[in-house]
Write a protein that binds this ligand. Structure first.
Ligand code: ARG
Length: 274
């Protein structure tokens, strides 16, 4: 059974500008945020996932974005493991130990990196390709190139390939805002978010690439999630519709307006456990 981890938006808010979406954001409607979060959970449950929950912590307003504080992997010898993140914003750094404790208590091995001055923001920037053959690794705004290099060195030892992708547009500050793995060999991207070198790497590694335009990307379609032959998304735009038809994925729309004020949507709110 596939499991997915969520953190209730009990203390969710926009208090500080950590990305361009948070600049001049309208106030968060807390009740609506809770309803939207529950709707996102229901969508994952509907497509066959078991839901897990981590206790929210007062004062950690972004802890709801469970996709960021750790990277989750599994390895034949090591077993299930997590790599704790080093978050760029001091206000998000305390989230990490709460997540690590949750995983430790459930038998995951904790693989610590010696970050020094580098940053790495979990699955915000590290996305498993749909066939689990490699990890796409975004850097430039939150995770640093050096953070990705340190991660790559450890994954190398485990035989896990990492493909670094430099990001070029501050509005797409995390890789999960501009790239969504759809199916083995197939990705959805907003090309304007990447450097030319990164685009070449994506082309080299992918069989089918579906592009969305800036307007679609700003509506968080690349933050949709491919899950058990469905694609859970905040919007169904023309380019996305075409991609899903081609890949035979069923769209499942959920509203995430309150989380978008913080720069996040479906992908950021969940953490796959396998
Ligand atoms: N406000 C959060 C931040 O800026 C949003 C994180 C969104 N998460 C993601 N995986 N893109 O850190």
């Amino acid at each position: 059974m596939n499991r997915v981890l969520f953190c209730p938006p009990t203390y969710f808010d926009v208090l500080e500008v950590k990305n361009p979406f948070m600049q001049n954001a309208a106030p968060v409607d807390k009740n609506l945020a809770m309803r939207q979060w529950e709707e996102v959970r229901r969508a994952f449950s509907r497509v066959g996932f078991t839901l897990e929950t981590i206790e929210p912590v007062p004062g950690l307003e972004d802890m709801v974005f469970s996709n960021n504080p750790v990277f989750v992997g599994v390895h034949a010898d090591v077993g299930p493991f997590v790599v704790p993140s080093r978050m760029r914003h001091p206000s998000r750094q305390p989230e990490v130990s709460h997540y690590v404790a949750w995983f430790r208590a459930r038998g995951y091995r904790v693989v610590e990196l010696d970050y020094g001055e580098e940053y790495l923001e979990g699955h915000g920037d590290l996305l498993w390709d749909a066939n689990f053959t490699h990890v796409w690794a975004g850097h430039g705004f939150r995770s640093t190139r050096g953070g990705v290099q340190k991660f790559t060195a450890v994954m190398d030892e485990m035989g896990i390939e990492v493909v670094p992708l430099e990001l070029a547009d501050p509005r797409f500050y995390h890789l999960d805002t501009c790239l969504a793995p759809l199916a083995p060999g197939a990705v959805l991207i907003y090309p304007g978010a990447f450097t030319d070198t990164a685009l070449r790497a994506i082309r080299r590694k992918s069989l089918r690439i579906y592009e969305v335009n800036l307007d679609e990307a700003l509506r968080f379609v690349c933050n949709g999630v491919s899950a058990n032959r469905s694609f859970i998304t905040p919007q169904l735009t023309p380019s996305l519709k075409f991609a899903l038809l081609n890949e035979r994925l069923e769209p499942l729309c959920v509203a995430t307006s309150e989380f978008e004020k913080s720069g996040g949507s479906v992908c950021c709110l969940k953490l796959f456990l396998e």
